[in-house]
Design a protein around this ligand. Sequence first.
Ligand code: NAD
Ligand code: AHE
Ligand code: ZN
Length: 375
Amino acid sequence: TQGQVITCKAAVAYVPNKPLVIEDVQVAPPQAGEVRIKILFTALCHTDAYTWSGKDPEGLFPCILGHEAAGIVESVGEGVTEVQPGDHVIPCYQAECRECKFCKSGKTNLCGKVRSATGVGVMMNDRKSRFSVNGKPIYHFMGTSTFSQYTVVHDVSVAKIDPKAPLEKVCLLGCGVPTGLGAVWNTAKVEPGSNVAIFGLGTVGLAVAEGAKTAGATRIIGIDIDSKKYETAKKFGVNEFVNPKDHQKPIQEVVVDLTDGGVDYSFECIGNVSVMRAALECCHKGWGTSVIVGVAASGQEISTRPFQLVTGRVWKGTAFGGFKSRTQVPWLVEKYMNKEIKVDEYITHNMTLGEINKAFDLLHEGTCLRCVLDT
Ligand code: NAD
Ligand code: AHE
Ligand code: ZN
């Protein structure tokens, strides 16, 4: 298949919110600096649903969504030296070129090398897509497009992992789990003995809880409008639970009262701007830090009284938990293999690519954390 167009199945989003269509898609060979990957397993993340909804300013249609996956390199383009056919890999929506201003800064995991292309659904080389249906181009998504049996990505977006790792599990290390763990370890840098509040107990929020527990946090307060979430959350380290619906007072006041002035760290894992405000305002005066993890829709803005910051609270955000993708995803895979981090526990459902619309329905029900699709 090397050097040839591959025709395979993919789930195409033609228009916002209308069911994805399983199509025969043509996947062009990788060009210079590109890698074609046979995707074996992909999970769904809330961000896929967000872009599908039409509220993502970077959402382009028709496109192939998906960004939490694992597979095997099928072929590589000219000049690709770090991976070869047969390598087991995780595609990374946050690239790491190790050469750009961002990568060299040592201050961020964001990479500038291909971001201008991945934000508009094309490849860097020729600003075109490698996907088509009957000659009509289909946009890429987040530089990954994993809802397809084959995808083409930039070489700076490929993490080579231990071939012994089970791909049907470690696909989760492409987004949600690292994001939550890294929000705690890299972005907030939670210290032992800290009090933590987590808004939203989906996969990302639970991974925050796991990260906080391993960081030695004492009180890990989970906040969700669905009280059923507490049972599961306990297994990830949440040791107190608040449902905002059970209280008359604004949730930030409830948390401040519970914690003698506020928490040391809070995390917003929903994508709701009024909750982001509450998450900042439930932080302790003088030092409390709030990390925005959730992705909010186009047009949404955050607000608070500047006094909140003047009096020492800190507002931060995180992308992929601050992890350097190509370097640290393989390390996270090793941590999983050594049983130092959970992954299996986040997988509540398994389906096939053909059942993807059903999988999206599940995402909006309370019982699903991650649904892994066998492509
Ligand atoms: P999810 O839908 O599984 O979890 C969200 C949780 O929030 C649910 O348990 C829901 O009941 C709860 N919730 C909803 N409204 C609430 C409210 N008003 N108050 C309290 N709880 C509320 O989603 P997920 O896959 O865990 O992703 C969470 C967010 O993180 C999404 O916005 C996603 O786009 C974003 N995300 C960001 C990054 C990043 O790099 N920054 C990475 C992955 C995901
Ligand atoms: N296109 C969206 C931005 C979405 C966003 O913030 N994405 C996160 C990852 S979410 C994964 O589930 C991210 O990494 N952002 C940094 C980046 O470079 O995109 C919008 O709203 O414009
Ligand atoms: Zn995601």
